[in-house]
Design a protein around this ligand. Structure first.
Ligand SMILES: N[C@@H](CCC(=O)N[C@@H](CS)C(=O)NCC(=O)O)C(=O)O
Length: 200
């Protein structure tokens, strides 16, 4: 399988960490989305990463579709989504929340990266940051517990916090002690975190 990805993209690192955990081989192809590479656009008309090319040649996006696909092909002993509908929905909700916070944080970054200074619109940035703040407060009050296995919610949170450590250091940790300590607890259970978390 091949994955269009970028090492700083939290959605990409979520998928890469999950594949690693499930012991599924993945060839990663570093991809610069602003260049609109033809092979990425052929695989995903949205031109977004991560995009997976399965061994069959079929392509899958977005990251949650890929996570479910990996879960499905990993076999019965390995899984990142629980079987019970309630537990599964709770894991999916954590993943949705973490991904949504990433979406908002990325829009804050894109505002300055892709727009000219005279078009920057602070109320829009503030609105995105409010989503980040509320989402992190919720996760700090209700961090996903660790059980026997890691699940998709853990990988989503590990990617989110890795992205914040990379792009917003010092801007989210204060008063969120449980979240600030969470990456170290995750790394105890997933020692490759330092290598696979978002980075440039
Ligand atoms: N909902 C998508 C979000 C993916 C996404 O926003 N990826 C960013 C990189 S982190 C991207 O491809 N940006 C390029 C663009 O929006 O054109 C997912 O879960 O895969």
């Amino acid at each position: 399988m091949k994955l269009f990805y970028a090492p700083a993209s939290p959605f990409s690192t979520k998928v890469v960490m999950a594949a690693h955990y499930l012991r599924l081989g993945l060839d990663v192809m570093p991809t610069a989305t602003p260049d609109n590479p033809a092979d990425l656009l052929a695989a995903n008309p949205l031109g977004k990463i991560p995009t997976l090319v399965a061994d069959s040649g079929e392509t899958y996006y977005d990251s949650r579709t890929i996570m479910h696909y990996l879960n499905g092909i990993a076999g019965d002993d390995a899984r990142i989504y629980p079987r019970s509908p309630e537990k599964r929905a709770a894991v999916e909700r954590t993943e949705a929340l973490c991904d949504g916070i990433c979406d908002a944080a990325i829009l804050v970054i894109y505002e300055k990266r892709f727009r000219t200074p005279e078009t920057w619109h602070q109320p829009w940035v503030d609105r995105q940051w409010d989503k980040v703040r509320r989402g992190l407060d919720h996760l700090d009050a209700h961090p996903p517990a660790f059980g026997k296995r890691l699940n998709a919610g853990h990988f989503a949170l590990a990617s989110l916090l890795g992205y914040l450590m990379l792009r917003f250091p010092g801007q989210w940790e204060e008063h969120r002690v449980r979240l600030a300590n969470w990456p170290a607890a995750f790394e105890e259970r997933f020692p490759d975190y330092a290598r696979l978390r978002p980075q440039v």
